[in-house]
Structure formats: structure tokens, C-alpha cells
Write a protein that binds this ligand. Structure first.
Ligand SMILES: Cc1cc2nc3c(=O)[nH]c(=O)nc-3n(C[C@H](O)[C@H](O)[C@H](O)COP(=O)(O)O)c2cc1C
Length: 243
């Protein structure tokens, strides 16, 4: 293959969809100056009212005090399929993932109606849990246009170790979606094992509040003049390294 030549795989055709992001990313949103902004917070834990929820709730309260709307969506205990790379979502008449039997398309819809995304995951074996990985991969692959340019942050919650790898793993996905990654005073990590213990992690809770303040600050700057002028994107120059 000629170096730099575009390839016609399902991935390449899907990414062509994302090239229309500048027209699509805010298509379902109110673009008036001073519109109410909304942050979608995904709780990747299957446990209700667990430690990931405590971390996200701390962020939510602080976002609300900054005048930002919020929704915490828990992925819950039902199975989340992983991406099959079937290419079905790349077909021109297909909207979202062809598998509509779990929360993937619901989350994509919620993301389309939100201005920013925060994903919280419990640490499982030093990584985000399986549901979070499957969900993020499928939402971004099948409905990535709704993620483009929206500020994002990851939160990792653990008993003892593996949080930085988990944090980094989620940030890797945001960084491929043109999402500005919002930072805090420390990496977004909270400690706890039994439900509710996270509230005892005073520094972790403070890190969550700082993250919320930084998210609110950035969102208000981005949307200060109404419709943001996002950078124009080149068409995806996709190549692999098989010669
Ligand atoms: C399958 C599994 C694997 C886990 N792996 C880790 C780990 O690698 N490191 C760690 O510190 N905690 C680990 N934990 C503990 C959880 O991260 C911890 O209890 C966390 O608070 C759970 O968050 P939740 O209450 O929101 O579900 C693991 C828990 C489970 C169920």
C-alpha cells in the first residue's frame, strides 16, 4: 500500500462519519448564549450507592453549585456487549450501534444531549471494569460524533492500587475523540472498599470538587459566546503499518 493511502475498512468508513462532527456535534443542542449546560456522569459500577457513586455525587453537587445541570447514569448490573467491529454502525443509514439490546445507544443519546462527559469506574484488576470499557468503546465507535470537542474527565475508584492505570486507560479514549481532558489538583482517584468508604477520603473528595470547578470553568469559557467555533478537522488520513 502507498504510504498514507486511505484504507476502506469498516473503521475507515466509520471515521468518515466523524468528519462531519463540526456540523453534527451540537445539532441536538440549544446554542443560545447562556444556555444551561449539562454534564453527563456515567457510573461504571454495578453497585448501587457504592464508592464510584460517592465520587460522582461529590462532583455533581459541586457542578450544581456552579449552575451546571447534571445526570448520573449508572450502567448497572446488566450485561454490556463488547464491540464486534462488525461495521454495522458505519452504514450510512444506521444510527448508532446495531445491537440495541443494552444501554449503549441510550448512553449515546444522552451524550448527544450533554455538553461534557465524566466517566467513573471502579478499579478491577488494575483496569476499568469490563462494562465501562465495552460501553465506552462502543459508544465512541458507533456515535463518536456526539463526543467530539466535549470536555471529559475520568474518575478511578479503588481499594488500594491500579487507579492510575485505570485513569489513564479511560483518558486514552477521550484523547482519540478530540475531547479536552479536564484536570484537577491531583489525578482523579478516590479510595474506598466497602460502600460509602470513599466519603472518608477527604483528599479524594476535594479532588472531585476541584475537578467539578475546573469542568464548570472550562464549559463556561467554551460556551461563553453561544455556539463555539470548533477547529476545522481534516479528513482522516488513516493508515496502518502493514506493508
Ligand atoms: C473484580 C474486582 C477486582 C478489583 N480489583 C481491584 C484492584 O485491582 N485494585 C483495587 O485497589 N481494588 C480493586 N477492587 C476493589 C474495588 O475497586 C473497590 O471496592 C471499589 O471501591 C468499588 O467501587 P464501587 O463501590 O463503586 O463498586 C476490585 C473489586 C472487584 C469486585
Amino acid at each position: 500500500m502507498v504510504a498514507g493511502a486511505a484504507i476502506a475498512t469498516p473503521v475507515a468508513t466509520m471515521l468518515t462519519k466523524a468528519e462531519t462532527i463540526n456540523e453534527n456535534s451540537d445539532s441536538q443542542q440549544d446554542t443560545k448564549p447562556n444556555k444551561k449546560m449539562k454534564v453527563l456522569l456515567i457510573n461504571g459500577s454495578p453497585r448501587h450507592n457504592g464508592n464510584t457513586f460517592c465520587a460522582l455525587q461529590e462532583i455533581e453537587n459541586q457542578l450544581k453549585s456552579n449552575g451546571i445541570e447534571t445526570e448520573i447514569f449508572q450502567i448497572g448490573a446488566m450485561p454490556v456487549r463488547s464491540c464486534l467491529n462488525c461495521g454495522g454502525c458505519r452504514k450510512p443509514d444506521q444510527n448508532g450501534c446495531v445491537f440495541d439490546d443494552d444501554i449503549c445507544n441510550t448512553v449515546a443519546q444522552k451524550l448527544s444531549e450533554s455538553d461534557a462527559l465524566i466517566v467513573g469506574s471502579p478499579v478491577y484488576y488494575g483496569q476499568p471494569n469490563g462494562g465501562v470499557l465495552s460501553l465506552m468503546q462502543r459508544v465512541f465507535f458507533s456515535a463518536g460524533q456526539y463526543a467530539q470537542n466535549k470536555p471529559a474527565a475520568a474518575v478511578a475508584v479503588c481499594r488500594r492500587g491500579g487507579a492510575t492505570a485505570t485513569f489513564q486507560s479511560m483518558n486514552m479514549m477521550f484523547q482519540m475523540m478530540n475531547m479536552p481532558v479536564v484536570t484537577s489538583q491531583y489525578w482523579n482517584i478516590v479510595y474506598g472498599r466497602e460502600k460509602g468508604e470513599a466519603k472518608l477520603d477527604a483528599e479524594g473528595m476535594q479532588t472531585m470538587r476541584t475537578l467539578a470547578n475546573n469542568m464548570a470553568f472550562l464549559l463556561k469559557k467554551i460556551h461563553a459566546d453561544g455556539q463555539p467555533q470548533y477547529p476545522a478537522r481534516e479528513g482522516w488520513q488513516m493508515m496502518n503499518f502493514i506493508r
